[in-house]
Design a protein around this ligand. Structure first.
Ligand SMILES: Nc1ncnc2c1ncn2[C@@H]1O[C@H](COP(=O)(O)OP(=O)(O)O)[C@@H](O)[C@H]1O
Ligand SMILES: [Mg+2]
Length: 340
């Protein structure tokens, strides 16, 4: 790939220092994604400019108009602190007619709501857990068809915000308590889903109209506390010490019957297509004890630090991290009709 000018958008707190060699692993942890992307794109020969944005649109516009990047690498996950606004920044990039990496705004919108994505997918015969949504300010009433145990989550926040062992409830009283907790702590509606007891499966997808499905990946828990459920809580996702203590590992999903692997891969493609996802995304499933892959959520623009699931699955498929980032850039350019 020819050297490009790449404008990388991130949260201002996540614009990494130029050099992190001196920092401990713990200190560097917060910038791991942004630093990996910046350094690796530079290593690929590109000129990379990091831009921290959160409350002002004019810096984006100015940088696009004055510096004329070939493409914007979008690492932004919120604007004004609102996850729901992330898609609007991508819409602005479209209106500015600048190519960008990752998912288009329609896909971001369809995937964001944990209810909307499931409604659309059910129509296309993708297995989804039964669910109900509980808006703020409305008394919690569980529909009779929704059976315990349930897991209670925010309707649209991610990164496992608000997800802990207490999210899994088995009585109406606990359900109401946990719904109130989500309303209060995250200020979003809550969704309660049928709890799928089983394996946690991730599938990376890469591409626009034709999607490359990466090897089926699994988050496994080898040393959980007695009675704890194997779910990706906040601690499981973000606390390296806890991960070590509880034997939480990610790697290729082993010993899956071949027909189940085929099914999961086909579903992942159908999901990308239905939710209009492009660029790169990760689809999360729970595999029930009888091997039915239930769709849990789609993550457009997933975490792409080199050490994390997506990049590791790509590596397993023979795509190095440097190549992965160049491919992500190339898909952004191709969508915009730029020859690569
Ligand atoms: N219906 C479900 N059944 C079983 N586990 C679930 C279910 N929904 C969520 N989980 C667990 O909670 C984690 C976080 O839920 P998810 O919907 O992916 O939220 P987030 O967007 O915060 O990642 C999942 O990775 C999974 O471990
Ligand atoms: Mg998730």
């Amino acid at each position: 790939m020819n050297p490009l000018r790449i404008l990388c958008l991130a949260h201002p707190d996540l614009v990494p220092p130029d050099n992190m060699e001196e920092l401990s692993e713990k200190e560097a942890y917060v910038w791991k994604t942004e630093y990996d992307v910046m350094k690796t794109l530079q290593g690929n020969g590109h000129e990379v400019r990091m831009l921290g944005v959160q409350t002002e649109l004019s810096p984006i516009r100015d940088a696009v108009e004055n510096w004329k990047p070939d493409i914007v690498f979008n690492l932004l996950e919120e604007f004004h602190g609102e996850t729901l606004y992330a898609q609007n920044v991508v819409s602005l990039l479209e209106l500015l007619r600048v190519p960008y990496t990752g998912c288009n705004p329609r896909g971001l919108m369809l995937a964001r709501g944990k209810d909307l994505s499931k409604k659309l997918l059910k129509y296309h015969r993708v297995p989804v857990p039964a669910f109900a949504v509980f808006p703020i300010g409305v008394k919690v009433h569980r529909p009779g068809r929704l059976k315990f145990p349930l897991i209670v989550k925010s309707l649209w926040e991610d990164a496992s915000l608000g997800i802990a062992q207490a999210s899994i409830v088995d009585t109406d009283e606990k359900l109401a308590e946990r719904v109130a907790f989500i309303h209060k702590r995250l200020n979003t509606p809550a969704i309660a889903e049928e709890f799928i007891d089983g394996r946690e499966i991730y599938v990376g997808c890469l591409g626009n109209d034709r999607v490359q499905v990466l090897p089926v990946w699994e988050l496994s828990f080898s040393n959980l506390a007695d009675g704890a459920h194997a779910i990706a809580t906040e601690k499981v996702k973000h606390d390296p010490i806890y991960q070590e203590k509880r034997g939480i590992l990610q790697g290729p999903a082993e010993n899956l019957p071949p027909n189940v692997v085929t099914k999961i891969r086909a579903l992942a493609k159908r999901i990308c297509h239905t939710l209009e996802l492009d660029g790169y995304c990760r689809i999360d499933f729970r595999l029930s004890k009888d091997n039915v892959p239930y769709f849990i959520e789609a993550n457009p623009n997933p975490e792409i630090a080199s050490s994390q699931e997506y990049a590791q699955a790509a590596l397993h498929a023979g795509v190095s991290y440097a190549d992965l980032l160049n491919k992500i850039v190339a898909f952004g350019l191709k969508r915009a009709g730029v020859e690569v």
